[in-house]
Structure formats: structure tokens, C-alpha cells
Design a protein around this ligand. Structure first.
Ligand SMILES: Cc1cc2nc3c(=O)[nH]c(=O)nc-3n(C[C@H](O)[C@H](O)[C@H](O)COP(=O)(O)OP(=O)(O)OC[C@H]3O[C@@H](n4cnc5c(N)ncnc54)[C@H](O)[C@@H]3O)c2cc1C
Length: 500
């Protein structure tokens, strides 16, 4: 088999790059190790319950308003649309100091915060105003038009000059962390913790480690576009990308684990599947993580020694404990879908088990669960180290999942009596089903302490997409990585033809 482009992995990074390249006229194939596509965003079904394995928090996917979400921009180009259910409040935060709703509208959100910290709420307004200033100057440059090579500059100058000039005034904030802005605006220790929490939910790092544009976009978009859930869960998104990909001639091979990337004289020539087959292509894009690509898929001698060592030293965010539950829904008619529980104010929010995320998407899409039932997904950080499949594994699993049950009890006090299906996932489960190095959430590169490597590698013809290439773990950033990589591989004229 010969292709113009071969992609390793069908995560959102691989699918967006693949679908765009197919639309640009390239002969593209994606090889996915798993039996299900979507990577961290895959959906699975057990006993009539449909579970999201990862993301459930989405913004700007509907057709009501023009979207700045790079994923939506790709779906639009592919002619795919999603049915979504908007909701507000977008969630509830449960701190030991109090529980409050998080509204898309920032004024309403601050009023809720003011009930716990009246002075802090005013400081939060100053923080948000700085962030929205940054968002307002970046928002007019659509990701779908961008690329990762020098040809970006003429595009920006010709098409987006006013935004570029506005951005120059924000240069100090753009290149810094959300923590820098917090330092300038917020003294209240509880509101600082709240900002740290919002940064942590997005990047896996607190404010001082999270790049400011990431938070600016999150605040700007949730205010402008609101949040919504796609009917069918993340599978609907993955199906949309795959439909578009296939419509333009793309080929997707599931159960096709890639064992090696083949190189010759520092140039990529194709891939070797675990089944033994060799697939030739002058361009290979890896959607596997940085560590999986450089440690497993390439041989040590394929990369410059120093580059390899430095890349493999990239710090990782921990893995996860997961609870996927099917529960009886009777009496829970007013339940809302997203909750974040912080158990202990004296512990750092990043301490495994202390911050628990909860998502109950069947409150929006009833078809995800059998009649009279809900699907629940709760998760928290958990280190990979120390987990092995030994005699104690099942015990440890039960014990480490208790923090998730305790968090759920804050939302549904009698949760334990309602469970009809229980699936507990550990870092070993996460790394196995997502094919991710040590089950990591992604790279922990703090703002100002290192650069994300973009789509380039030292090997000619080998590119990378996904959450270890651009700042901002999460669906929009990952879709952006796919766009930037695909656009870099074709001429600016080709992109303009398709994108306008
Ligand atoms: C629990 C959880 C909750 C999240 N919640 C949200 C949220 O609410 N909103 C949000 O925006 N983001 C969220 N995220 C983050 C988001 O899901 C990820 O950032 C994103 O899906 C990662 O996409 P990716 O393309 O980088 O990689 P992945 O999804 O990891 O995809 C990589 C793919 O490559 C395949 N692969 C790897 N190695 C090989 C090989 N050798 N051969 C063949 N295939 C291979 C894997 O099987 C996988 O399918 C969440 C993540 C998790 C884990």
C-alpha cells in the first residue's frame, strides 16, 4: 500500500490533520491501534450505557453562532454538523467553603463567587478584564488559516494586520502565564485558588504554569459562545471527522497498531504495522504522544542523541483514576451535568484525589443510558508509578476509587445505592485503552519554562500532531495542532481556496 500521507493514531489531532489533508486532495490513511477511533475522546458502550472515555466539556460546536473552536472550523470545512444541547450553568464547583454555580456569563459567575468572597469577586473582575482584552485581540485570527512555517507571516500581515497590531500591545501578557496576570490583579487567597483550579482543569497546571492565551480563550469563548454537549457524546464528533475524512477518500484502519516508523538517511519512508505489513509514504504524521513516538516508534539512532534526550525529559502530567458508573436516576430529575469537587482546602488542588471532576452527560442526552438511568464519569489525577497487575490490584483499585465516590456523594448523596454498573479505571487502564505513555494527560511544560515543539521533528517527512505539540491540552488545542500541521504540508493558496 502506498499513500501520500500516513497518520499514526485516530485521536482528534490525527483525525483533523487527516481530514484536512484528504480535503486538500492528498491520499491519506490513518492507522489506529485500538478497535475504536478517537483516542482520549473515544466513546464505549457497556450494558446499554454509553460512556465518554475522556472529554465531555465542549464550547462552540453548534451552528447558532460563528465559532472560534478550531474543531468546529474543521467540521464546517468537511461539511459536517453536530446536534448540540446548550446548557448554563456550565457546572458547579464544590469547595469546602461552599458550593456555587459557574455561569457562562461572567457577571453572573462573579455574583456567585461574591457570596463566598465579596472583595475577591471584584479582583476576579480585574483578572477577567485583562484576559478578555487578550482574547479580543486574538479572536479575529481564525486558527483554520494558520500554519507552522515562515509563510504564516505574509498571511498574518496581508489578512489580519489590525489584529496583529492590537496583539503587539498585549505582547507581555501573550507570552506569559495566567499566574502573572493573577499576581497583578488578585490578592484574595480563595479567589487565587479558584483561578488555579480553572487553570488546572484546562492544562493540568496551576495559574503560574498555564499560558495566558489558553485561559483568555476559555473565558472569552465560554462567555461568547456558551457551552454545549454534542448529542451522542464525543462519538458524534469523532464520527463527524471520520465521515468527512472518508468522503474525501481517506482510509481508516482500526486494530492496526504501528510498530515502527521507518527512516532512511534521516528521511521517513513509511511505517511497519505490528501485523508485519509495511506501508510506504513520503510523509508520516504521528498522533502518538511525544514519548511514545520518540521512545517506541523510532529507534534511538533515528534521532540526534541530544534532541532525543531533551525531548524525552519533557515532564508529564499524572495519569487518572476513573469511575464509569451506570446509576438509577429516579428522584434525580434536577441533577446538573458537570461538577468539580475539591475535598480539602489545606491540600494543593493538584494532589491526586483532592480535585475530582464529575460529568453526567445523560442529563442532556437521555439516549446515553437505558430508561430511568444515568451515565456518570468521575475522574481524578493518579500517579502511574506503583501500579502493577499483582494480587493487590483489585483491592487497590477499590481503595483508590473511594475519593471519587466521596466526591460523588456531594452531588448524589445515595450514589452507592444507585449503582447498577461499575467500571473502575486505573492509570494502567488509561494507558492501555488510550495507548499513552504512562497514561499521562499530556506534557507539563510550565509557561515560560520551555517551548512546545510544534509539528516538526528532526526527521525529514516526519511530523507530529496532538497534545504534546502545542500549548493547551484539550480538544480545541489538539484540533489546532492538526490544522497547523495539515496547512503546513500544502501551499498557502491551497489553504485559501478551501478556507475562504
Ligand atoms: C479524562 C479526560 C477528560 C478530558 N476532558 C476534556 C474536556 O472536557 N474538554 C476538552 O477539550 N478536553 C478534555 N480532555 C483532553 C482531550 O481529550 C485530549 O487533549 C485530546 O482528546 C487528545 O487528543 P490527541 O489527538 O492529542 O491524542 P489521543 O486522543 O491520545 O490520540 C492518540 C491516538 O493514537 C493512537 N496510537 C498511539 N500509538 C499508536 C500506535 N503505535 N499505532 C496506532 N495507533 C496509535 C491511540 O490509540 C489514540 O487513538 C480530557 C482528557 C481526559 C483524559
Amino acid at each position: 500500500m502506498n499513500f501520500d500521507v500516513v497518520i499514526i493514531g485516530s485521536g482528534i489531532g490525527g483525525l483533523t490533520a487527516g481530514a484536512l489533508l484528504a480535503k486538500y486532495g492528498k491520499k491519506v490513511a490513518i492507522f489506529e491501534s485500538h478497535s475504536l477511533p478517537g483516542g482520549a475522546a473515544h466513546t464505549f458502550t457497556r450494558q446499554g450505557f454509553t460512556f465518554d472515555s475522556g472529554p465531555s466539556f465542549y464550547c462552540g460546536l453548534g451552528n447558532d453562532k460563528p465559532s472560534l473552536n478550531p474543531l468546529k472550523q474543521v467540521l464546517d470545512i468537511l461539511g459536517e454538523s453536530l446536534e448540540v444541547i446548550p446548557y448554563d450553568p456550565l457546572g458547579h464547583y464544590h469547595f469546602p467553603e461552599g458550593k456555587f454555580p459557574v455561569y457562562s456569563d461572567l457577571e453572573k459567575y462573579r455574583q456567585a463567587v461574591a457570596k463566598i468572597a465579596p472583595e475577591g469577586a471584584k479582583e476576579l473582575a480585574a483578572f477577567e478584564s485583562k484576559m478578555l482584552g487578550l482574547y479580543n485581540c486574538l479572536k479575529d485570527i481564525p486558527t483554520i488559516a494558520l500554519r507552522s512555517d515562515w509563510q504564516l507571516f505574509p498571511i498574518l500581515i496581508t489578512n489580519y494586520f489590525p489584529s496583529l497590531i492590537k496583539s503587539l500591545f498585549q505582547v507581555g501578557i501573550i507570552s506569559g502565564s495566567a499566574g502573572n496576570v493573577m499576581e497583578q490583579t488578585v490578592k484574595d487567597s480563595w479567589v487565587r485558588r479558584l483561578i488555579d483550579l480553572e487553570c488546572f482543569l484546562l492544562s493540568g497546571l496551576k495559574a503560574e504554569g498555564t499560558v495566558a492565551p489558553e485561559i483568555a480563550f476559555m473565558l472569552g469563548e465560554r462567555t461568547r459562545a456558551g457551552v454545549e454537549y454534542p448529542i451522542g457524546g464525543s462519538a458524534a464528533i469523532i464520527d463527524g471527522l471520520i465521515n468527512g475524512f472518508k468522503r474525501y477518500g481517506g482510509e481508516l484502519y482500526l486494530n492496526s497498531h504501528v510498530e515502527k516508523i521507518i527512516t532512511q538517511s534521516e528521511k521517513v519512508t513509511g511505517i511497519k504495522l505490528k501485523k508485519g505489513e509495511i506501508i510506504k509514504a513520503p510523509i508520516v504524521i504521528s498522533n502518538a504522544s511525544l514519548w511514545d513516538t520518540y521512545q517506541q516508534l523510532l529507534n534511538p539512532e533515528d534521532l540526534p542523541k541530544k534532541y532525543r534526550q531533551e525531548q524525552l525529559k519533557t515532564p508529564t502530567v499524572e495519569s487518572f483514576m476513573h469511575l464509569h458508573l451506570g446509576i438509577k436516576a429516579e428522584g434525580l430529575e434536577n441533577l446538573t451535568g458537570h461538577h468539580v469537587v475539591v475535598h480539602d482546602s489545606h491540600k494543593d488542588i493538584t494532589v491526586p484525589g483532592n480535585t475530582c471532576m464529575i460529568s453526567i452527560p445523560s442529563v442532556w442526552d437521555k439516549d446515553l443510558a437505558p430508561d430511568g438511568h444515568y451515565v456518570v464519569h468521575a475522574y481524578t489525577l493518579e500517579p502511574y508509578q506503583g501500579w502493577e497487575k499483582n494480587a493487590d490490584y483489585e483491592n487497590k483499585k477499590k481503595q483508590r476509587s473511594q475519593t471519587l465516590y466521596q466526591a460523588l456523594e456531594k452531588v448524589i448523596p445515595d450514589i452507592r445505592q444507585r449503582v447498577v454498573l461499575e467500571l473502575i479505571g486505573t492509570p494502567l487502564t488509561h494507558s492501555r485503552f488510550l495507548r499513552r505513555y504512562q497514561g499521562t494527560y499530556g506534557p507539563a511544560i510550565p509557561a515560560g519554562k520551555g517551548l512546545f515543539p510544534s509539528c516538526y521533528t528532526p526527521i525529514s517527512g516526519l511530523y507530529r500532531v496532538g497534545d504534546s505539540t502545542l500549548p493547551g491540552i484539550g480538544v480545541p488545542a489538539v484540533a489546532a495542532s492538526g490544522i497547523l500541521c495539515a496547512n503546513t504540508l500544502v501551499s498557502p493558496q491551497k489553504v485559501e481556496e478551501i478556507v475562504k
